[in-house]
Ligand binder design. Structure first.
Ligand code: GLU
Length: 445
């Protein structure tokens, strides 16, 4: 395989799919050498088979708002690869959603799910619908219209969607209710369900908790830990909240969270009351973080800026793809950052990633760091299949083991002779090898 040749073919075919091409390039560049040492992969055209999704569904989603006006959105499900298990991955409802976004996310999900060691293939779906500012009734009508199309493509052993940006417990509830009505079955076809109707304990916290467990391993490897470290976080939703909660519990000081309107600098650090306020902010659905500074006057709201300009030990992007660019990386490095761990999917631009690696700063990509969310989704599927529930401690213990295994796999494939761990290479090779081997062993299908 020659990365250049394969990339130019993909660039020609999918010239307007920027995010998808970015994600593929990153993986190809880091696996090229390993891949080429396996002639059996090349012979079976494994890489060409893995970079293309198995299939993509696109559908119209018509729905009516509370004033009786009609809106049309586009819905998608990208079933990327099912070599390791049923297609698995979230649904994103956000105005920025395009096919390119969902193809990049489905591609990443395939390797992320492989890293978890659970039997899950990779998928992603969603819509350009924006749930922010919509009433519950509008969100319900949209979810029902979306599921009316989606339900025929999914199933507990076929494809199991979950949440992502804009799809939380409320949306999962409406989607699940409508699936049940159409399919006439009560199987755990979505994960992230309510605790009383098949959900798993720890699922809401899992992405953030898992991310911080991963950071703890990264720090331990350089004989350090979280205690007393300052942490800047972007976002203030579910993932950012879980990360802030666990980082605080483990002795770090979270000094920043952010929203689309700007960021909050809280020198004193978050505490229980402030963490609960994050939940309240999220529930109000206004998508702004500024009210935090009105509630807690010791905090400062910095309008239209990102938290990466702050001096901090650890930076945790928890919002959206490409939210931390080269300029931000330069600023963080100048301010002496020790560790950057992406809890959002592809949170850093390639330029930023290269700067961290060139400067030998601890950096780990989303597909390793944020795998805790889908891991607990996998555990939810297991509990549904067994028709019983595990305690929070049981789930958390399993999550810790999974994050430890992912970290070990990254170190195994990413350790360099100078002692620096290239987590990008490590995560990509570890995930890719599992998928590639499975595709090869299952023949041409
Ligand atoms: N959307 C989450 C992710 O990016 C979770 C997916 C899932 O639970 O299936 O991994």
């Amino acid at each position: 395989m020659k990365v250049k040749e394969l990339m130019s073919k993909l660039e020609f075919k999918y010239s307007n799919e920027k995010e998808y091409l970015q994600a593929v390039r990153e993986v190809l560049e880091s696996i090229e050498e390993t891949y080429n040492s396996h002639p059996e992969f090349e012979k079976a055209r494994i890489i060409e088979r893995i970079v293309e999704p198995d299939r993509v569904f696109t559908f119209k989603v018509p729905w009516q708002d509370d004033r009786g006006e009609i809106h049309i959105n586009t819905g998608y499900r990208v079933q990327f690869n099912n070599a390791l298990g049923p297609y698995k991955g979230g649904l994103r409802f956000h105005p920025s959603v395009t096919l390119s976004t969902l193809k990049f996310l489905g591609f990443e999900q395939t390797f992320k799910n492989a890293l978890t060691t659970l039997p899950m293939g990779g998928a992603k779906g969603g819509s350009d619908f924006n749930p922010k500012g919509k009433s519950d009734a509008e969100v319900m009508r949209f979810c029902q219209a979306f599921m009316t199309e989606l339900w025929r493509y999914i199933g507990p052993d076929t494809d199991v969607p979950a949440g992502d940006i804009g799809v939380g417990s409320r949306e999962i509830g409406y989607l699940y209710g409508w699936y049940k009505k159409l399919a006439r079955e009560n199987t755990g076809v979505l994960t992230g369900k309510g605790i009383n109707w098949g959900g798993s304990l720890i699922r809401p916290e899992a992405t953030g908790f898992g991310g911080v467990y991963f950071v703890r391993h990264m720090l331990n490897k350089i004989n350090s830990d979280l205690s007393g470290k300052t942490v800047a976080i972007s976002g203030f939703g579910n993932v950012a909240w879980g990360a802030a909660l666990k980082a605080t519990e483990l002795g770090a000081k979270v000094i920043a969270i952010s929203g689309p309107d700007g960021y909050i600098y809280d020198k004193a650090g978050l505490n229980e009351e402030k963490l609960n306020f994050m939940l309240y902010l999220r529930a109000t659905c206004n998508d702004v973080v500024s009210p935090y500074a009105e509630e807690f006057p010791e905090a400062v709201f910095v309008k239209a800026k990102k938290p990466w300009e702050l001096k901090c030990d650890i930076a945790l992007p928890c919002a959206i793809q490409n939210e931390l660019d080269g300029q931000d990386a330069k600023q963080l490095i100048e301010n002496g950052v020790t560790c950057i761990a992406e809890i959002s999917n592809m949170g850093c631009t390639p330029e930023a990633v290269n700067m961290f690696i060139d400067n030998k700063i601890l950096y780990a990509p989303g597909k390793a760091v944020n795998a805790g969310g889908v891991s607990v989704s996998g555990l939810e599927m297991t509990q549904n299949a067994m028709k019983l529930n595990w305690s929070a401690e049981e789930v958390d213990t399993k999550l810790k083991t999974i994050m430890n295994n992912i970290h070990e796999a990254c170190v195994k494939y990413g350790n360099r002779p100078d002692g620096y761990t290239d987590y990008v290479k490590g995560a990509n090779i570890a995930g890719f090898m599992k998928v590639a081997q499975a595709v090869l062993e299952q023949g041409l299908c």
